[in-house]
Design a protein around this ligand. Structure first.
Ligand code: ZN
Ligand code: ZN
Length: 93
């Protein structure tokens, strides 16, 4: 759970964080997936978060169980993909 400066309590689940990985290779992967009918391949450890390292004052870099660590999530971006009840309600309307 991420608690924001404004008191907002952000909620994020690992599969969603991984799915929205902003690095170039994941973006390409999800685009090609949409075009094909194949089920996504799940690598062991893919959804296991090993570490989160702060990058400057604007982002965090997440390292996953399958060795993937090129995704840099800015705080703005994390806020956009927040899964808490409040944010889900806003995007649903
Ligand atoms: Zn990635
Ligand atoms: Zn939220």
């Amino acid at each position: 759970m991420i608690e924001w400066d404004d008191g907002h309590k952000g909620r994020h689940t690992m599969p969603v964080l991984r799915k929205y990985c902003p690095c170039a290779s994941c973006k390409t992967e999800s685009e090609s997936r949409e075009r094909s009918v194949l089920l996504p391949v799940i690598t062991p450890g893919q959804y296991e978060l090993l570490s989160a390292e702060q990058v400057g004052s604007y982002a965090i870099q997440l390292q996953w169980g399958d060795g993937h660590r090129t995704g840099i999530y800015t705080f703005d971006y994390l806020r956009q993909i927040c899964e808490c009840a409040d944010c889900m309600k806003m995007t649903g309307e």
